[in-house]
Design a protein around this ligand. Structure first.
Ligand code: UT7
Length: 330
């Protein structure tokens, strides 16, 4: 059986930055509260006219250049997002057109766990022989759906995109991937209006139901419960243990969640990748953004084991174990 290995990686953050000081002028909050409760100091924000597919295409350009392959070689594009450009067509198709690709392209929506779910699709396609080279994207523009009058959520989220190019290889690559979903927790984090259940009406817009709603405390408790468990499951399926992990790469939701997960798993904090201070929570983009930050900093060596772990609306959660095989940015 062929394995799926990462041969290219890239990311993109929009140019505009929203700092905690900016938010102090918008809602009743403080830099001190945001920093101490979340670890976030700033987040990047899409510009007028910029959409999720633009972020995805920019990240993909970097990853494709890093992989050094001709575009015709890409035979599948899988894009994780929960802030699509529009309900349809898929953001994957819009991104595919921007990149000039001709391969099949589709979206995966598992909210902030979307990149891990997308990796599962890509790895399965490669391992089964149905694809040889897959572009996997995680892209979100959460600031487009955040209520900037709700201090409980608007301080958390930012925009960005990350990309992996996966290719068939004789060596792993992606190893164990373990996913979970529990739709009974759907109300904990959702955008109630704008879909088929509750189309946008003047009343729903007045109630601001077209914006993200979250029970932060419950999501926090769910995350620190689910993530250590799923990380151990994926490691076990890879024939590894926590002691083999070189880098724990969690979804970047809250520094306190990252610290708690690390403590519960027994991973030293210096082995936990954190970019949240500069990016905030970029949802589906956060794991590939964190991986690219590690790569760009020259901290990834062949043989390193990366445990990527995510959680989010759905509820969804998942972990993917990757043995790093690439040398350095091409
Ligand atoms: O991508 C996955 C999705 N999201 C997450 O993973 C988020 C998970 N949850 C969290 O990260 C945290 O629960 C939050 C950061 C959202 C909230 O932190 P917390 O420590 O759980 O605060 P809290 O909700 O318990 O609120 C504590 C206090 C409240 O005031 P009172 O009732 O004690 O007077 C809030 O009203 O902090 C208040 N508060 C704020 N104060 C200043 C809430 N948001 C803010 C704010 N600025 N931005």
């Amino acid at each position: 059986m062929k394995h799926a290995a990462v041969i290219g990686i890239g990311s993109y953050l929009p140019a505009d930055v929203l700092t905690n000081a900016d938010l102090e002028r918008m809602v009743d909050t403080s830099d001190e509260w945001i920093t101490s409760r979340t670890g976030i100091r700033q987040r990047h924000v899409v510009a007028e006219g910029e959409a999720t597919s633009d972020l995805a295409a920019r990240a993909a350009e970097v990853a494709l250049a890093d992989a050094g392959i001709a575009r015709e070689k890409v035979d599948l594009l899988v894009l994780g997002t929960s802030t699509p450009d529009m309900l349809f067509p898929s953001t994957a198709c819009l991104t595919q057109a921007k990149l000039g690709l001709t391969c099949p392209a589709y979206d995966v929506n598992a909210a902030c766990t979307g990149f891990i779910f997308a990796l599962q699709h890509a790895a399965a396609a490669i391992e089964s022989g149905r694809a040889r080279t897959v572009l996997v994207l995680g892209a979100d523009a959460l600031t487009r759906v955040v209520d900037f009058t709700d201090r409980g959520t608007c301080v958390l989220f930012g925009d960005g995109a990350g990309a992996f190019v996966l290719a068939a290889s004789d060596e792993p690559g992606l190893m164990g991937i373990h996913l979970g979903s529990d739709g009974t927790g759907a109300d904990l984090l959702s955008i109630p209006a704008g879909g088929s259940a509750a189309p946008c009406t003047p009343e729903r817009l007045t109630a601001r139901d077209n914006f993200l709603k979250m029970n932060g405390n419950e999501v926090f408790k769910f995350a620190v419960r689910a993530i250590p468990k799923v990380a151990r499951q994926a490691l076990k399926e890879s024939g590894l243990t926590v002691d083999d992990v070189t880098w724990l790469v969690p979804h970047q939701a809250n520094q306190r969640i990252l610290d708690t997960i690390a403590d519960r798993l027994g991973v030293p904090h210096e082995r936990v990748v954190s970019i949240i201070e500069h990016t905030g929570n970029t949802s589906t983009a956060s794991i590939p953004l964190a991986m690219d930050a590690l790569y760009t900093a020259g901290k990834l060596a062949p043989g390193d084991v990366c445990a990527m772990v995510g959680f989010g609306a759905g509820l969804t959660w998942g972990a993917a174990v990757l043995r790093w095989t690439k040398k350095e940015r091409s």
